[in-house]
Ligand binder design. Structure first.
Ligand SMILES: Nc1ncnc2c1ncn2[C@@H]1O[C@H](COP(=O)(O)OP(=O)(O)OP(=O)(O)O)[C@@H](O)[C@H]1O
Length: 257
């Protein structure tokens, strides 16, 4: 069966006053696809994602999810930012249960469901811990479990691993891919890290600035599951170099003196 379009940006444009932050973005993200978005600072990555999240409305054009125009935030879209945004006074489990409580789920079911996702991200031993006792990587895993628990159709992730050290980051990438392989949500993931963009994605969306716009789409025809060996392969290096070239030579020409 052919994959259906999950998220569609249709000439999506966003201005702030006279400033064009994003110009006529046309992009289709397929159901169950993992796309990453890279590009220089200010190219409209977060603007595009916030429009899909319903946190920002297009000035013209539209963004649809399953063919329905996005008109505000909704439970079918899980949003994860670089800052972990956990409730500091709630334990890991209570944080993960939060959205389920809002949905009116009964306590027992809520607890079971929360624990399932807490185990999935490897935090079972920390279910009763408060966020302040967790490392950055653990907090972000908690945020991911919380997003997954409400069973969104789409995960929107804005530089979720940007604040993590290199080793934790690589581990988080593997864990996220493991979860994605099992659950097959549609994922849009913003990053500044070209290696991360290639390692995770089916396709890398390269954007350019002034005005923010789509520059190029690069297919990543590497098989899943992906692993460290793959990162060292000639094919990975070749694709990484293509993305690098698109971002740093074409989307972000050298700064003028
Ligand atoms: N609320 C706002 N008011 C005015 N300008 C804004 C607003 N939000 C974003 N912009 C501008 O729009 C442009 C695109 O911003 P956006 O945050 O989408 O870029 P980005 O590609 O995500 O950047 P970065 O990689 O630095 O996070 C930037 O020049 C930014 O200054």
């Amino acid at each position: 069966m052919a994959a259906s379009v999950k998220i569609r940006f249709n000439d999506a444009t966003r201005c702030f006053g006279a400033f064009v932050a994003l110009e006529k973005l046309n992009l289709e993200v397929m159901d169950s696809e993992f796309v990453t978005i890279v590009g220089p600072s200010g190219c409209g990555k977060s603007t595009a994602m916030n429009m899909a999240a319903g946190l920002l409305m297009p000035s013209s054009g539209s963004v649809t999810i399953d063919g329905e125009a996005v008109s505000g935030p909704g439970p079918e879209r899980g949003v994860i930012f670089q800052q972990y945004a956990l409730f500091p006074w709630l334990t890991v489990r209570k944080n993960v249960e939060f959205g389920l409580r809002l949905k009116g789920m009964k306590e027992r079911e809520r607890r079971e469901r929360a624990m399932h996702y807490i185990e999935l991200v490897g935090l079972a031993d920390f279910a009763d811990a408060l966020p302040k006792t967790l490392s950055g990587g653990m907090k972000q895993r908690c945020a991911i479990a919380r997003a997954y628990a409400v069973d969104p159709k789409v995960l929107l992730m804005d530089e979720p691993f940007g604040a993590l050290d290199a080793l934790t980051r690589v581990r988080m990438q593997d864990q996220l891919l493991g979860t994605w392989t099992r659950e097959r949500k549609t994922v849009m993931f913003i990053t500044h890290d070209v290696d991360e963009a290639v390692y995770l994605a089916n396709r890398v969306i390269v954007m350019a600035a002034k005005p923010g716009r789509l520059q190029e789409i690069i297919e990543v025809d590497l098989p899943y599951p992906r692993n460290e060996e793959l990162r060292l392969s000639a094919r990975f290096t070749e694709i990484r170099n293509r993305v690098w070239h698109a971002v740093y030579t074409r989307a972000a020409p050298a700064l003028q003196p």
